[in-house]
Design a protein around this ligand. Sequence first.
Ligand code: ATP
Ligand SMILES: Nc1nc2c(ncn2[C@@H]2O[C@H](COP(=O)(O)O)[C@@H](O)[C@H]2O)c(=O)[nH]1
Length: 220
Amino acid sequence: MMQAPQTIERRRRGLMLILSSPSGAGKTTLSRLLLENMPQLQMSVSVTTRPRRPSEISGRDYHFIDREEFDRLSTSDDLLEHAEVYGNFYGTPKTPVMKALGQGMDVLFDIDWQGTQQMMRKARPDLVTIFILPPSMAELERRLRTRAQDSADVVARRMAKAHDDVSHWREYDYVLVNDDIEASLVSVRAILIAERLKRDRQMSLPEFVSALQAERPPSD
Ligand SMILES: Nc1ncnc2c1ncn2[C@@H]1O[C@H](COP(=O)(O)OP(=O)(O)OP(=O)(O)O)[C@@H](O)[C@H]1O
Ligand SMILES: Nc1nc2c(ncn2[C@@H]2O[C@H](COP(=O)(O)O)[C@@H](O)[C@H]2O)c(=O)[nH]1
C-alpha cells in the first residue's frame, strides 16, 4: 500500500556553500551572521599554518598547526583541498565535512579561489559558490586596516593580491558586492534557501509526488 504523503520523510542532499573574496571583503563577518540564524548549516573549520590573530579562538576560527602537521595531513589525503594563500598554508579537513553532509547538514566554507577550483573538480553538483566583491579597493584597504588584526606588511601583501583575487569572479555561481552587510546577509540567505529547494537536491520528491498522485481527488 502507498504511504500517505505527510508520513514520507523529506530527505535532501546536503550542499556545500563556498564564500570567496579578496581578503577583507567580509566573508568571516557574513559567515558568522549567517550561522546565527540558519538551521542545518555548519561551518567548515580550516587548518592553517598562519599565526593566530589576537581575536581568534583555536578550534572555532581555525585549527592552528605547524608546517610539518600540514604536510602530513595533505599527503595522507585528509584534506578536501589545500592552498598557499598570502604566504601561509590553509586546508579543509575532510572528515568533519563528510560527517556533517552525512547527517543532512549543509556546510559553509570560507576558502580562496584555488581551493574552490579544487572543490569544483571533486564535487561540482553539490557546490554553491559565491564571490564577494568589495565596494571599492579603497574601502577594502580601509576594512583590512580597521580590522586591526594584521601588520601593515600583511595588509600590503594582501592588497597587492587583491586585483588577482578579483579576477576569479567569473568562476562563481553568484557574485555580490558587500556594501551593506545586512543587504549582503539577506542575499546569501536567499541564495541558500533557493538552492536547498533545487529539485535534484530533494531526494524524496519522486516518492512524495507518487504518494500525492495516488491520493483520491477530493470529491465535489
Ligand atoms: N559591509 C561592510 N561594511 C563595512 N565593514 C565591513 C563590511 N563587511 C565586513 N566589514 C568589516 O571589514 C573587516 C574585514 O571583514 P572580514 O574579516 O569579515 O573579511 P574576510 O573577507 O573574512 O577577510 P579574510 O579573507 O582576511 O579572512 C572587518 O573589520 C569587518 O567588520
Ligand atoms: N584554499 C583555502 N583557503 C582558505 C582556507 N581557509 C581560509 N582560506 C582563505 O585564506 C585567506 C586568508 O584568510 P585569513 O583568515 O588568513 O584572513 C582567505 O581568502 C580565506 O578565504 C582553506 O581551508 N582553504
